[in-house]
Design a binder for this molecule. Structure first.
Ligand SMILES: [Fe+2]
Ligand SMILES: [Fe+2]
Length: 253
């Protein structure tokens, strides 16, 4: 696993981060604003808020395996913390109220803590794919440039986080992942999608997003990820050339 590649990426990614123009005038119909505020406040907690690190009981078996691994994990979570900061500005923009805990957050934490670091990172990968759907829907429908710009910035980061997981898993499974592992990922993504829609569907719907739209992003995200993982493995563990980043560039050009 080429950790140095990812250390360099995370350092370089700290540069060239255009801050959304939070002071731009803000107008939004009240009901839409209220629902979006609730949703963003929950996401502010979930995406890099709270305890922002690997929390599995055996987390150090991965994070502490080498100095490079420790640096990559810490840089990855530093970027997640930055998402929480951006979402905090978004919450302030829409006049929301910050939350410190939710049932979903506690459940997510308990699952991550108890089921081991490898499962925790799989769950985080699935959440990152599902979150990509959430941010894409908001970016497309929100009708507010600073919020759309924030989504664009987070989507850029998340695309590379997903690529990091692809490289990590290609290294961990040099002979490929089996159908049980793949279906485990599909099932986790479906569960995550339903949980996401249950908690945020009203806000996404108020903006004009739909459940098929969200699930379309999530399902295609998993299918693309598994295809890229197989490409990586077929190249004898050599990482493919940043396909998620390429998709992001195509989607935003
Ligand atoms: Fe994030
Ligand atoms: Fe992420």
């Amino acid at each position: 696993m080429n950790y140095q590649h990812w250390i360099q990426h995370f350092h370089a990614n700290r540069l060239d981060r255009p801050e959304p123009d939070w002071e731009a005038p803000f107008t939004m119909p009240e009901e839409k604003r209220r629902l979006l505020a609730l949703s963003l406040a929950e996401y502010q907690l979930g995406d890099g808020g709270g305890e922002c690190c690997l929390v599995a009981v055996d987390a150090e078996s991965y994070r502490g395996s080498t100095e490079d691994a420790r640096q990559v994990v810490d840089l990855w979570f530093a970027e997640e913390h930055e998402h929480s900061r951006l979402l905090g500005r978004a919450v302030e923009r829409v006049g929301g109220t910050f939350v410190t805990t939710t049932f979903g957050f506690e459940l997510f934490y308990a699952i991550r803590r108890r089921l081991g670091v490898q499962f925790e990172m799989l769950v985080l990968l699935v959440v990152e794919i599902a979150s990509t759907g959430y941010y894409r829907v908001i970016r497309r429908h929100v009708g507010d440039q600073p919020l759309a710009d924030m989504c664009k910035l987070i989507l850029r980061d998340e695309a590379r986080h997903i690529d990091f997981h692809r490289d990590r898993l290609a290294f961990r499974y040099p002979r490929g992942v089996g159908w049980v592992w793949k279906w485990q990922m599909h099932l986790l993504a479906e569960a995550c999608g339903w949980f996401l829609w249950h908690g945020h569907g009203r806000a996404l719907g108020a903006l004009g997003g739909t459940r098929p739209e969200l699930f379309g992003h999530i399902r295609s995200g998993v299918v693309n990820f598994l295809a890229e993982l197989e490409q990586c493995r077929a190249k004898a563990g050599r990482p493919a050339r940043e396909p998620h980043a390429k998709q992001w560039l195509q989607a935003t050009s």
